[in-house]
Design a protein around this ligand. Structure first.
Ligand code: C5P
Length: 241
């Protein structure tokens, strides 16, 4: 049976570099928008109220605070984050199996406490801004980025969390190992020929979708545009139904 895909559901707009008012203006310009991502910039500047505001606007939220700490701290952060109604919450997979398992249990408990469905936790693998060269030089890691991503995605999978964040370049091999419903969420999306900004391992929308990404996180390609509504529609058209 073919699942009916709503193209808008495939895209998560990263609300970086904005304040409350510009967020509201952006949302108004993209009526079909379902998912938004609140990352460190917006969360630290506006505080948790921004999450309730976005929920009131009917948006689904990816709370991308990339938790990384000892297991107790990560899991307590997930307990409270789950109470905000965020449906995706990120944490670094390299926090380790114990932290991931505890976080998953705590997120479920936190959501249940306020009668919300449990959120999906996403393990960050290797940030899309790392190149192989900087990764080896800065971190003294001898593994290739692909090996590292593969390992961390498996850790996320065996820990029982719902998915991971990886670059579009890694989606294809991860999808072969971890079929749906394991979420493969990919930032690092750039229209062909556009500026990379601080991203290194990028791909365009069609390629990332073709490789098997569950959802695409798109920030500056939309938020820096003069006509975000039209760009969003053009991305949606690339989703093969
Ligand atoms: O503007 P751009 O499309 O590059 O935004 C990408 C977003 O995805 C940013 O909010 C960034 O924090 C986030 N992200 C990322 N790489 C990851 C995880 C999240 O770029 N591995």
């Amino acid at each position: 049976m073919n699942k009916k895909i709503n193209p808008s559901d495939k895209f998560i707009i990263a609300l970086d570099g904005m304040d409350r008012n510009s967020v509201l203006k952006l949302i108004e310009k993209i009526p079909d928008l379902i998912w938004v991502k609140v990352g460190l910039e917006l969360f630290v500047s506006e505080g948790p109220d921004i999450l309730f505001l976005l929920r009131d606007q009917g948006k689904k939220i990816f709370l991308d605070l990339k938790f990384h700490d000892i297991p107790t701290t990560v899991s307590k952060a997930c307990f409270f984050a789950a109470q905000t109604g965020a449906e995706f919450i990120s944490l670094h997979a390299c926090a380790g199996e114990k932290a991931l398992k505890m976080a998953n249990d705590s997120a479920r408990e936190g959501a249940a406490k306020v009668n919300l469905p449990a959120p999906t936790l996403l393990g960050i693998t290797v940030l899309t801004s790392w190149t192989q060269e900087s990764f080896s030089k800065d971190l003294l890691v001898s593994q290739s980025i692909n090996e590292r991503v593969n390992h961390l995605a498996s850790l996320a999978y065996t820990s029982g969390i719902g998915g991971c964040v990886c670059s579009p370049k890694e989606v294809q091999f991860l999808r072969e190992i971890h079929p749906e419903p394991f979420e493969l969420v990919t930032p690092g999306i750039r229209p062909l020929g556009s500026s990379l900004d601080d991203q290194a391992r990028v791909s365009d929308v069609s390629k990332a979708l073709e490789m098997g990404a569950s959802k695409l996180v798109i920030g500056r390609a939309i938020t820096n545009s003069n006509d975000p509504g039209t760009i969003f529609k053009s991305f949606c058209k690339k989703v093969v139904k």
